[in-house]
Design a protein around this ligand. Structure first.
Ligand SMILES: [Mg+2]
Length: 369
């Protein structure tokens, strides 16, 4: 079998899908999304086609190495997201070519169900309480929200009070369900430590990106200051990107994104590295349904998988969208990634460029979103 064509195109609201075609009529789908950079990803995938066209799609590791290393420049969100999407498509082709779901090719299912968390939200405590109650009513046993606004490097008591009030309301609405918090990399180490201390009585499931992950020692400082499990990884790429976090035990939960960190091939390796430090994997996925499909295949066959994030279940994009029942995702049984992209519908969707929201401090200076 030979790869004949590699194509990527933007898909609303802010995704990119890629399609890899072969001379045997088997087609693979992947999602090289990088939010806010759709045109860049379409171009990056077109450049990867140089390595792919004419090659055997079943030599996944070899093609992965070629895409990663033959371009001289490697790593980073743009190149790794493009590579990730192609990697999904190659696994999809492999599965379809032998009539098996991807997880069967990676050792088979090591769990029966894939736990997924919901999202609650609101800036006012009353909204959060209601939203958390709605999550529980929808069957979720875990949920996540971002309790922090733009915050100065050192900020006042009013900020701590506001964040604590939000968490208290979410806990009230959630009852005994798990409530995770995403600080979105907005917070400095001293404020993250102060906030974690204030939130401790509400037993958050974990705190995600309490600080940016570019300075691992800063993350270590936060992690050592609190018994609340720390999660990070949506902005780390490849095994090399995760190495220092793992070696320094800077987090308890790693959140590689299957569309950014190197696809199924690389995230399996990251999970194995993490497992030697007893770290759990909770893949980041606020993206589209092709990315979620890759996550589900990964979750089924990876021992230290913990819980899955989700944004979209695929209605309107897939002919067989996912469902959530009692806090668990439906498991596809079809070969490959187990999905059928509604190509006609997806290609007909009008594309509108999506830009990342811009956050500022109260004095007008730039803040992290
Ligand atoms: Mg996050």
């Amino acid at each position: 079998m030979k790869i004949t064509k590699v194509e990527a195109f933007p898909v609303p609201p802010r995704w990119v899908f890629c399609k890899v075609e072969t001379d045997q009529g088997i087609t693979g789908w992947g999602e090289p999304s990088l939010e806010g950079h759709a045109a860049t990803q379409v171009a990056a995938v077109a450049e990867l086609a140089r390595v792919l066209v004419g090659e055997d799609p079943l030599r996944i590791e070899h093609l992965w190495q070629g895409m990663y290393r033959w371009g001289f420049y490697r790593g980073g969100p743009v190149l790794m997201s493009a590579l990730s999407g192609v990697d999904h498509a190659l696994w999809d082709i492999f599965g379809k070519s032998v009539g098996l779901p991807v997880h069967q090719l990676l050792g088979g299912a090591c769990r029966d169900k894939v736990r997924v968390y919901g999202g609650c939200g609101g800036s006012e405590p009353a909204q959060l309480r209601e939203s958390a109650q709605a999550c529980v009513a929808a069957g979720f046993t875990a949920m996540k929200f971002c309790p922090v606004d733009a915050t100065e490097i050192v900020d006042g008591f009013d900020v701590i009070k506001k964040v604590e009030a939000r968490m208290a309301a979410a806990r009230e609405g959630a009852g005994d369900a798990d409530v995770a918090l995403d600080f979105h990399g907005r917070i400095s180490p001293p404020m993250a430590i102060a906030l974690a201390d204030a939130l401790r009585p509400y037993h958050p499931f974990f705190i995600e990106e309490p600080v940016q992950c570019e300075n691992v020692d800063a993350l270590v400082r936060v992690a050592r200051s609190t018994p609340i499990p720390i999660a990070t990884g949506e902005r780390l790429y490849g095994t090399h990107g995760f190495r220092e976090v793992i070696e320094k035990d800077a987090a308890s939960i790693l959140q590689p994104d299957l569309s950014h960190a190197g696809g199924i091939t690389e995230v399996r390796k990251i999970a194995a590295m993490a497992n030697t430090h007893y770290m759990a994997i909770a893949p980041h996925c606020p993206l589209g349904p092709v990315s979620l499909a890759a996550c589900i295949q990964f979750a089924l066959c990876t021992p230290n998988f913990l819980i899955q994030e989700h944004g979209y279940l695929g209605q309107g994009y897939l002919k067989n969208p996912f469902t959530v029942t009692d806090g668990y995702l439906s498991i596809p049984t079809a070969p490959g990634l187990g999905i059928e992209v509604d190509e006609e519908a997806v290609r007909a969707m009008p594309w509108q460029d999506w830009d990342t929201p811009r956050l500022s401090q109260t004095d007008g200076s730039v803040a992290d979103w």
